[in-house]
Design a protein around this ligand. Structure first.
Ligand code: DCP
Length: 258
């Protein structure tokens, strides 16, 4: 089977399932994906917006709580990855991708499944940005070695072959802003694990987004992914406190999905 045969057409899903339109929001670190996802959820309450499971990466359970030790023992894999990327990048990238897939595979609530015209499910990032933005970047930086990269690609391709049809994207919303703006927002939100991130790292991630979503020069291993339409939204302007900009962005998303 070629990988394209493994992606059944979303329209065909209607005969077995109700139709689900899935889109992912992509963009650099701190560009505003979560804010935009919340905005979509408020404007379209019958859409199923799935947040990125960052808190799971910050709290990896080591041991379950017991009667004698009721506090669960957790480790912060996000912090470990930024502190020692050579040691922890592969572990982080495997855990973040698995936990994302698990979250995104959750069944849609029945009420939403029955929405007229089909349900809309919005993902904050995808298993594709995990691979073609972050893991690939860590490999290029030498923080994931060639054996780890071969292993990563092997299980990632296998998972997409097995589950790709259940997280298949019908569209990608690319929130695009300069790396300088992302750095400003990153410093403003001050997530402790990210305090050492420099402009250079955000520039590399920006180039990876551009290569994948605009220039289309990234080598993708899933034929269907190459055909997914991309809506590019200008995220340089702050939209959080600006209802006019929000309305404009929302109408572009509605047009894109109609
Ligand atoms: N991350 C990573 N590798 C991945 C996915 C995420 O290294 N495969 C890191 C980058 C960030 C953190 O995890 O430090 C969360 O990344 P996102 O860009 O996905 O989410 P943000 O919360 O930064 O996005 P936004 O501020 O746009 O909502």
């Amino acid at each position: 089977l070629s990988s394209s045969a493994l992606f059944c057409s979303p329209r065909n899903l209607m005969s077995t399932n109700n139709y689900i339109k899935r889109v992912s929001i992509e963009g650099n670190i701190a560009v505003g994906k979560s804010t935009f996802a919340r905005l979509l959820q408020n404007a379209c309450p019958d859409w199923d917006v799935i947040a990125e499971p960052v808190s799971k990466w910050q709290n990896v359970d080591q041991t379950p709580p017991t009667a004698s030790s009721p506090q669960p023992c957790t480790s912060n894999l996000l912090e470990m990855m930024y502190r020692d990327p050579k040691r922890w990048s592969y572990t982080f990238q495997s855990f973040s991708c698995m936990s994302r897939l698990r979250t995104q595979l959750q069944p849609l609530p029945d009420t939403l499944l029955r929405s007229r015209g089909g349900a809309v499910r919005v993902y904050e990032r995808s298993v594709y940005s995990d691979r073609y933005i972050f893991a690939l970047n860590m490999f290029a930086l030498g923080c994931i070695n060639s054996t780890e990269w071969a292993v990563y690609q092997d299980w990632h391709s296998f998972l997409i072959e097995q589950f790709g049809h259940r997280v298949q994207l019908e569209g990608i919303i690319y929130l695009r802003a300069s790396p300088q703006m992302c750095l400003e927002r990153l410093n403003r939100r001050a997530r402790v694990e990210e305090q050492e991130i420099e402009l250079d790292y955000l520039e590399k991630l920006h180039t990876r987004h551009e290569d994948w979503l605009i220039n289309k020069t990234t080598t993708l291993h899933f034929e269907q992914l190459m055909k997914v339409p991309v809506l590019v939204l200008d995220a340089e302007v702050a939209f959080e406190q600006n209802p006019e900009v929000q309305d404009c962005l929302l109408s572009k998303v509605r047009d894109f999905l109609s």
